[in-house]
Design a protein around this ligand. Structure first.
Ligand code: MRU
Length: 344
């Protein structure tokens, strides 16, 4: 296993005539850098989770649109390329948001707009980390789910950025990490990033989460988000909802850390969030190893929706939002874009 610090390499980058990325499917054992040369490869990398995490697919999609623009003068071919990228995964709103933002820029500015989205994410992540770290006690065990670190955002991470920032501030933070079946983002990526950052961590099976909350006196649960409605309902990796229910039972604060770009201001509730359904094979097998009858029926939603009333606070780059979210979240839409001067 490589011991490169996670933040020492980029998850995605502009690479001249291609978009570079680390194929996250090889991690933690193989750091494989690849180049996407056109829209087919961009869409495939997103759909197969070679590039994943809500903010990161937004940045990658934004670079993909710039790449598509550079490779054709045909406006209708370009429009269909951008539409395909925008639809490569349905749940994380960051992808559509980033594609739309690049498309709204002048044609000659598409690449610089994509670069700005990437630079802003780094600044946004730093702000989230600072606000979130202040919420954690000086000495604590926390629990997290899926992967929300640099690999997922292209910056320092959201929920994981909070945990790493608290550690860097000298707080004695220990993280319990759900393995996050079926694709094991927690086991493969989060433990890797926490080790690189020097944060003590323990991997648990997803099924151990509620028992861990009780037995290990978890002080806080902190997760990321893929889409947040204006009432606080939050789509995130499958398994998040049951964590929030167990957290409420144990009276443990349940925090969501996410940038403003993850809020869907057009949605007033989680019912309108499209949940990506993924292949049965992800559940019928553990990696390459079949673990179920070949033809068993499978239900494999990639995300679930946690009701806003189960969320103690939402940590954004604008600060910590508390209920009632119906008031706190729409206010954010009116705020000016932050941190641009630091980001560029
Ligand atoms: O399917 P994935 O791996 O893209 O899912 C990622 C998550 O659910 C993350 O928690 C979310 O995107 C937040 S990333 C900062």
């Amino acid at each position: 296993m490589s011991h490169l610090p996670a933040a020492a390499f980029e998850a995605v980058w502009w690479d001249g005539d291609a978009v570079g990325y680390i194929d996250q499917r090889g991690l933690p054992h193989d750091i494989i850098r690849k180049r996407a040369h056109g829209v087919d490869e961009i869409v495939e990398a997103i759909a197969t989770l070679a590039v994943r995490g809500a903010p990161c697919i937004g940045i990658f999609g934004a670079y993909g649109v710039a790449l598509a623009r550079a490779s054709t003068d045909d406006d209708s071919a370009f429009a269909s390329a951008a539409a395909r990228i925008r639809a490569a995964r349905p749940t994380a709103v960051n992808l559509a948001w980033a594609v739309d933002r690049v498309l709204a820029a002048a044609q000659s500015e598409h690449l610089s707009e994509a670069r700005a989205i990437h630079a802003e994410q780094r600044a946004v992540d730093r702000a989230i980390a600072e606000f979130g770290a202040a919420l954690l006690p000086d000495r604590c065990d926390v629990l997290t789910h899926c992967n929300t670190g640099p690999l997922a955002t292209g910056g320092d991470g959201t929920a994981l950025g909070v945990i790493i920032a608290a550690h860097r501030l000298g707080k004695r933070v220990h993280a319990y990490v759900d393995e996050t079946r079926p694709l094991l983002q927690g086991a493969r990526l989060t433990t890797f990033e926490l080790a690189a950052a020097g944060v003590p961590a323990t991997l648990i099976a997803d099924a151990a989460a509620a028992a861990t909350m009780r037995e290990k006196k978890i002080a806080a649960i902190i997760v990321g988000a893929d889409r947040i409605a204006t009432n606080g309902d939050t789509a995130n990796k499958i398994g998040t909802y049951q964590l929030a229910i167990a957290a409420a039972h144990h009276r443990i604060p349940f925090y969501v850390a996410a940038p403003r770009s993850t809020i869907d201001f057009a949605l007033t509730g989680g019912d309108g969030i499209v949940i990506e359904q993924r292949a049965a094979e992800e559940v019928r097998a553990f990696g390459e190893q079949a673990t179920a009858p070949r033809d068993v029926d499978v239900y494999n939603p990639a995300f679930d929706v946690t009701p806003g009333h189960l969320i103690t606070a939402i940590v954004t780059e604008y600060g910590v939002l508390r209920p009632p979210y119906q008031e706190a979240i729409p206010d954010l839409a009116l705020r000016p874009r932050l941190l641009l001067e630091f980001a560029r």
